[in-house]
Design a protein around this ligand. Structure first.
Ligand code: WTA
Length: 637
């Protein structure tokens, strides 16, 4: 097996890039021809960024799971598709060949059908990082149901919002999940969520932790029992549903600058081509290599680079149930040695956290198998980059700094491992098909090098989002209306004198905490749910490990017992409404917030104070009550 579209030199990158801009349709048709289609497309691309309408491989028919499974069952049935490493290192790991994974996916697809699932249904998946999660996702895709995976750290309320928005009729979950020394009661959280979700008719529950759970008659069934039923029916195969290229493959909710998360929609054809193309090129994957992406499948990185990218390339993908610091801070490195991992793809926040343990946890580890390292999710600071390079890569592994978003489906800006040059803290160059441009606040294009601006993309690529579920207008206003005829990323960006791109962080009201996207409005809404809170404002501040921490300014009418107790109560409220990932790191009680005369909170000032830049607040004369700033400054945490 080889990948004819894998770029092999800098010169070839430049040629391919040029082709992708000069003749995008020919370029992508050539690549799409390497996949299994039931019918080829009538038109490669139809688009406008006004409505927006984005259609790739229009009229094409396929099933993504035939590209991820069936074609490899034919050519390499005994190649390993998935290696699963459990949370507890003393529990045996599990592996699945392509043949086995295909069998399991068909089996579970039949379970879904037996439970009433049909094409177009939305199925919510709230599961731990076990192989059955991958099986569940692919089984949905097999029968043309749309999966909506919700990260296991989200609260009942967050799940309920997502289930209601997508009107899911089935939920797939487990009794619980293991993470480090904790066991998380997933089913209990689902039970709470479902009290407000009348659309859900069936819940299929996997046994993982054997925690006691409630099982509601008529609604809840055990995963294992349902598998037994399918086996008893004696039909282990499940024909793949033939989908249109533009049919929805999945919904994944992500935070934006308003209070309500958006359901980003990806479709079958374009997403498949994009995740595969970027996987093969960015990581320079070679057949037989072991690819370890440490993300959780609850986020886009797991969807694209644990499941769809690697499996559509016939690769071996390692999925890990646990966390980097349990039972100790050497766990990643132990896994790398144990399974002879070739490619390690992780987040800067994990690197910084492991850095803080020093090099002791690495001392006994060989790390000889590693060939390529990657990072994703947030800007990587130079110190962390060099530590990763020196202590993990032994200065022998190219590091790819991959910039992308839930909305982009796969990597848009990154060096290609060992092919194009790496530059610490720079994502460097766009992939073929990606036309980045920088614009100033008024939407004017900024030409030349050595400039900064807001990052936009001016031409569609196959993996881009198509809509936000149930609310196309929201998709238009969020991404396509800020700057005419451009996709706006929400990120600020520098293009240096050599033309390399460096992402500097969000320019909207979105925080990036430990690589997780969190909307300030969402956190404010959650804090405001606490009985004593009158009003609140959230900003990010630099945090050594998390990248950004959450700083909350809260107006509170009467402290219950004492301030610290109230802080804990507020954190508990946020955990309940959103999930523990959104808990504020610092809560400062204030008597007022700096507002303009029109009532708008001046976050710029609050951000400066949280960052400790007390003497550089800029113009405060337009404030309704400038004195409040003095009070906030003097009580800064
Ligand atoms: C940020 C994650 C700098 C960025 C795949 C983006 C990055 C947001 C990088 C998307 C990177 C992601 N360098 N910043 N290499 N990768 N980001 O949707 O702000 O969870 O807009 O997708 O993460 O986060 P999301």
């Amino acid at each position: 097996m080889s990948y004819p579209y894998q770029i092999k030199s800098l010169k070839q990158y430049q040629e391919e890039y040029k082709k992708s801009v000069d003749a995008p349709e020919d370029f992508w048709a050539t690549i799409a021809n390497h996949f299994i289609w039931h019918r080829k497309w009538d038109q490669v691309l139809d688009w406008n960024f006004y409505e927006p309408t984005i259609e790739w491989f229009k009229g094409g028919k396929l099933n993504i799971t035939e590209n991820c499974l069936d074609r490899w069952v034919e050519t390499q049935p005994n190649a390993t598709a998935i290696i699963w490493e459990p949370n507890d290192p003393t529990e045996p790991h599990r592996t699945f060949t392509y043949k086995e994974l295909h069998h399991k996916v068909c089996q579970f697809a039949n379970v879904l059908k037996n439970n009433g699932a049909t094409r177009g249904d939305r199925i919510c998946i709230y599961m731990p990082m076990v192989p059955e999660l991958t099986i569940a996702i692919l089984a949905c895709a097999r029968i043309g149901a749309i999966h909506s995976v919700v990260f296991g750290g989200f609260s009942a309320q967050s799940i309920a919002d997502r289930i209601q928005d997508a009107q899911c009729n089935i939920v797939l979950t487990a009794d619980g999940g293991f993470r480090g020394n904790k066991s998380i009661p997933l089913k209990a959280v689902i039970d709470e969520a479902l009290t407000t979700c009348p659309s859900v008719e069936k819940v299929i529950v996997l046994t993982r932790t054997s925690l006691p759970v409630s099982m509601i008659k008529g609604r809840d069934v055990w995963w294992e029992d349902e598998i037994n039923k399918v086996e008893a029916q004696g039909n282990p195969m499940c024909k793949a549903e033939i989908m249109d290229a533009e049919d929805m493959l999945f919904i994944l909710y992500t935070s934006g600058s308003t209070g309500k998360p958006k359901g980003v929609v990806h479709t079958c054809g374009g997403y498949m081509v994009w995740t595969n193309y970027t996987f093969v090129n960015v990581f320079q994957y070679q057949p037989g290599q072991i690819h370890f992406c440490t993300a959780d499948i609850g986020w886009i990185t797991g969807h694209s680079y644990i499941i769809y990218g690697p499996l559509s390339a016939g690769a071996t993908s390692l999925m890990f149930e646990g966390i980097p610091t349990w039972p100790d801070a050497g766990r990643f490195w132990e896994i790398v040695d144990k399974h002879a991992v070739d490619i390690l793809y992780t987040a800067p926040t994990a690197i910084r956290s492991l850095m803080s343990f020093g090099t002791d946890p690495i001392k006994e580890k060989k790390l000889h198998s590693l060939k390529v390292l990657g990072t994703v999710g947030e800007p990587i600071n130079e110190e962390a980059w060099h530590w990763y390079d020196e202590h993990i890569g032994k200065r022998n592994c190219p590091i790819v700094d991959t910039w992308w978003q839930t909305e982009t489906g796969g990597v848009l800006i990154s060096n290609l491992a060992g092919i194009t040059k790496a530059k610490p803290s720079f994502a460097t160059l766009p992939l073929p098909g990606i036309q980045p441009i920088l614009v100033d606040e008024n939407g004017k294009k900024i030409e030349g090098n050595g400039v900064s601006g807001n990052l936009c993309i001016q031409f569609p690529w196959p993996g881009m989002l198509r809509t936000t579920f149930g609310d196309h207008e929201r998709c238009r206003t969020t991404y396509f209306s800020t700057y005419e005829n451009l996709y706006f990323t929400g990120d600020g960006c520098l293009r240096d004198n050599e033309g390399d791109y460096r992402i500097t962080g969000r320019v909207d009201d979105v925080l990036n905490v430990s690589g997780h996207r969190i909307g300030t409005a969402e956190v404010e809404n959650a804090i405001n749910m606490h009985t004593g809170v009158v009003e609140s404002a959230i900003v990010g501040y630099p945090h050594d490990i998390k990248g950004q921490g959450i700083y909350a300014y809260v107006i509170f009418n009467g402290i219950h017992i004492d301030e610290n107790q109230t802080r804990l109560d507020i954190c508990q409220t946020v955990s309940k409404i959103i999930g523990a990932i959104a808990k504020p790191d610092k809560i400062q009680f204030v008597t007022g917030l700096p507002k303009t005369r029109s009532g708008k909170i001046m976050r710029r000032i609050l951000r400066k104070i949280a960052e400790g830049e007390l003497n550089n607040l800029g113009d405060t004369s337009t404030l309704l009550d400038p004195l409040v700033v003095e009070e906030i400054k003097s009580n800064k945490l």
